[in-house]
Design a protein around this ligand. Structure first.
Ligand SMILES: Nc1ncnc2c1ncn2[C@@H]1O[C@H](COP(=O)(O)OP(=O)(O)O)[C@@H](O)[C@H]1O
Ligand SMILES: [Mg+2]
Length: 253
């Protein structure tokens, strides 16, 4: 059994005095896809956003507990959040390519910000990442067109390529396909299965079929608590908790 790449212990998150995450512990193994499911407002976004400390952007948000990554608690003030976000990348629900930038520039912006200036190196990384994101064939002849000229599904794959360009071992995705049509969704699902050979993926989804299809492990949250966590095959066919069963069979509420 390999060591977890991320180990969350007794994590609590507050927005001012609202207790949004109430003592969650989960280990994530390398090269796995991990889904988080649960009703709207149960804290899925709050939880994943804390894993790369983007939650700090919300005034009044604070976290307590530990999130061990590479031997350090990432919540510690000694960890630089900008540096951390290069290691633990994030893809959001709504594709958000930078509007003033070309497809090429969108892909390599992270590397450029790290100081990479060599044109051929940037081109090489752009090609590799656009290929990994299964977008290269569709854009290779128009790399200088604006990122925003692409379709929604292509824009989301561009955002995935942008995250991959700084080579983060962990990729967080918050409902990455909820704004996409079924064909684009299928492409992103295929892509994730491909990506887990090199990366660890933690994905929030409201689509239980999606979790069952792609995730090795699934966690079920309600009202800031972890109700059940385990192999997706167990969660979706043989859940231990009655609440999980009610939720996955649509009887929740
Ligand atoms: N910026 C915020 N300020 C205050 N409360 C928030 C904020 N974001 C989310 N919340 C609250 O935290 C809870 C969890 O929200 P969220 O993590 O967005 O849930 P989910 O992603 O599962 O729908 C909800 O009750 C929500 O209203
Ligand atoms: Mg959410």
């Amino acid at each position: 059994m390999s060591q977890p790449i991320i180990s969350v212990k007794d994590l609590h998150i507050w927005y001012n005095d609202f207790h949004a995450i109430k003592g969650i512990s989960i280990d994530y193994l390398p090269n796995t896809i991990n889904a988080i499911i649960g009703p709207s407002g149960c804290g899925k976004s709050t939880f994943v956003r804390t894993l790369n400390r983007i939650h700090e952007e919300v005034p009044g948000a604070r976290a307590q507990g530990s999130i061990m990554y590479m031997g350090k608690n990432i919540l510690s003030s000694e960890v630089d959040p900008v540096d951390l976000r290069r290691q633990i990348g994030m893809v959001f629900q709504k594709p958000n390519p930078f509007p003033s930038m070309s497809i090429f520039e969108n892909t390599v912006i992270g590397l450029k910000l790290q100081g990479e200036k060599n044109k051929s190196k940037l081109m090489e990384v752009a090609e590799t990442c656009l290929k990994k994101a299964a977008l290269w064939d569709e854009v290779k002849d128009k790399l200088n067109k604006p990122g925003t000229s692409l379709s929604g599904g292509q824009q989301q794959r561009l955002c995935i390529a942008r995250s991959l360009a700084v080579n983060p071992p962990v990729l967080l995705m918050d409902e990455p396909t909820s704004a996409l049509d079924p064909i684009a969704t299928g492409k992103i699902e295929e892509l994730m299965t491909e990506l887990k050979k090199e990366y660890t993926v933690i994905i929030v989804t409201h689509n239980m079929q999606q979790a069952a299809r792609i995730a090795d492990y699934t966690s079920f949250f309600i009202l800031g608590e972890l109700i059940e966590h385990g192999l997706s095959s167990d969660i979706f066919t043989n859940p231990k908790q009655k609440t999980t069963e009610d939720y996955i069979t649509g009887r929740f509420g």
